[in-house]
Write a protein that binds this ligand. Sequence first.
Ligand code: SF4
Ligand code: SF4
Length: 335
Amino acid sequence: MVPISQAWTVASYVISQKLKGRKRYPLVLMLEPLFRCNLACAGCGKIQYPDHILNKRLTPEQCFAAVEECGAPMVSIPGGEPLIHPEIDKIVEGLVARKKYIYLCTNALLLKRKLDLFKPSTYLTFSVHMDGLREDHDTAVCRDGTFDTAVEAIKEAVKRGFRVTTNTTLFSGANPAHVREFFDQMMDLGVEGMMLSPGYTYEKAPDQENFLHRDQTKALFKQILQNPKKGWRFNLSPLFLKFLQGDLDFECTPWGSPAYNIFGWQKPCYLLQDGYVNTFKEYLELTDWDNYGNKSDNPKCQDCMVHCGFEPSAVDATFGSMSGFLQTAKATMGV
Ligand code: SF4
Ligand code: SF4
């Protein structure tokens, strides 16, 4: 379970934003310190840059400035593979000192070897990329043996007292029975919770065949998540899980998970690249928000139900009204 201190920090932050009347506020900063990775997954839209871009990194100071400018209580560090960054330990240390709840997203190939760089902390969670059972995962990441390496790293990190979650992206062709078995395996490893998202239809990803359309997403997640087992824990808002199954509808709130990387603040979201600006204020003020979301005419948004666009919407709905709060409470209790 997410520690009470984190749940309280996030809840009080969201309520304070609402009391201030802020229409758009960030919940999780997506801080991408580099794009280079040690894998080349078929569904990845982040690693197709030329070498001179893949060699660039954010400095720890740039990371701290972005985190302070944004003000979100949580920071997700995706990539690329953040553990390749030569100063990732300094970045994490600086964010822990700033009391940010960090999700360091990793494919875990280097995790076991690099664990000594980090200290267990309530503020630090390793979010390990696991896309299914051994065969399904190794196929998704296009390299045999990756699942076993990640499992070893998870066991070691859990043993040393680190917070560990898994982070799973599903594509068309996912087998619901396999995914359910995979959840059992991950919980048996002792992870704190599991994150789930459908893949986004990245134009640059090598595999364009296996992205899910909206109806397919809902049908797949319904099959996977109906009759959830008692031992499963998800590191997601209960309302987002309902949204994935088509039981609730939200519009996306891309400013809830703004992305900062070597180019600056990315408009409008972590997935689309419609230009960059230098400050978070410019990002909020200069992005033409009406052009985005499922209700817009933007074809790039039509099939999107991705975590970074819609989890902040679900959290906002939880604290936006008494009915949202009650719905969340009921969903949490499985009523
Ligand atoms: S591990 Fe993540 S960043 Fe690396 S190639 Fe796969 S999806 Fe892309
Ligand atoms: S629907 Fe929202 S999160 Fe998804 S691609 Fe469009 S702007 Fe980004």
